[in-house]
Design a protein around this ligand. Sequence first.
Ligand code: KG4
Ligand code: ZN
Length: 338
Amino acid sequence: MRVLGIETSCDETAAAVVEDGKTILSNVVATQIPFHAEFQGVVPEIASRKHTEWIYAVTKEALDKAGIEPSDLDGVAVTGEPGMLGSLLVGVNFAKAFAYTEDIPFIVVNHILGHLYASRLTEAAPNYPFLGLLVSGGHSIICRADDFDAVTVIGATIDDAVGEAFDKTAKYYGLGYPGGVVIDKLAQTGNPSAFRFPMPNLYKGEHRYDFSYSGLKTAVVNQLEQFRVQHEPASPADLAASFQKTAVDILLRSLFRAIEDTGLTTVVVGGGVAANSYLRARLAAHPGICAVFPPPSLCGDNAAMIAGLGYHYLGRGDRSPLTAAASSRTQGFKKKYP
Ligand code: KG4
Ligand code: ZN
């Protein structure tokens, strides 16, 4: 079964063809980063406009790279939630029109389940159940995955996403965009102990596996003010290394608790921050944990994960109506405190 995947939830216009939920025939991602860089963050209006301009050409390229015609497809899967509503609508409406025109089944899927599915498109596909650590510009989530559609969120950020903290820190210090990539590189020559930034005070009860990044963000801004008042140079490498260490410590403290409490030692990491070299090194150095990182092409937003996930719904006969809506928030699953 060949499924066309469409993904337009944020600032990547993506289309892919995946066979039987496993074999990637094509995976095209057109990034809009240069259009958002001057604003040092994603501008929703620009994003949806670029999706509208690019979606046809990106889909055509995905079909050409797979060496197939639209009539060779058995279904279309598209990200319907969560994300920026205007951007989601472009993909959802395009996918509906495509499925209607070709008279093939159509399914709307969840972006977060897509990120968790990405690891199943690799040789290292872990067996269920496992823990998921989803870390991007929009999400910071720890979840338990028992199947492709059976996912329980057990921890989440109570304010900002970790990727956003990287992006904002880079913005305050004028380091560039996207912040995660710049800080990761700068941090390699910096001293992670140069500055002590605070950890959130989330230990107990329903917040046991949660994250918070607003305190770290404020501390980083205050530090910048201190540099200014004391006429000191801002030492970007030390700042980047210290910020990155704290940002990753916050993730790992909650993750290690979840590992200990659930007994699940396989962790699938996904989302743009999964590319972070310090996070990878820290997890790799931890005995007893099997951390699965999809390759970079499947870590960030892509449509192969959407096509692969969609195959399983379509294969068991699930269909979305052509009236299906997009949603900026996840409708399907709620956070539960085990
Ligand atoms: O998953 P993604 O491509 O888009 C969504 O936000 O859904 O993730 C983008 C985020 C940005 O915040 C970016 O700064 C961050 O991932 N990022 C990184 C790295 N590469 C990208 N953060 C830390 N280290 C990196 N190497
Ligand atoms: Zn994403």
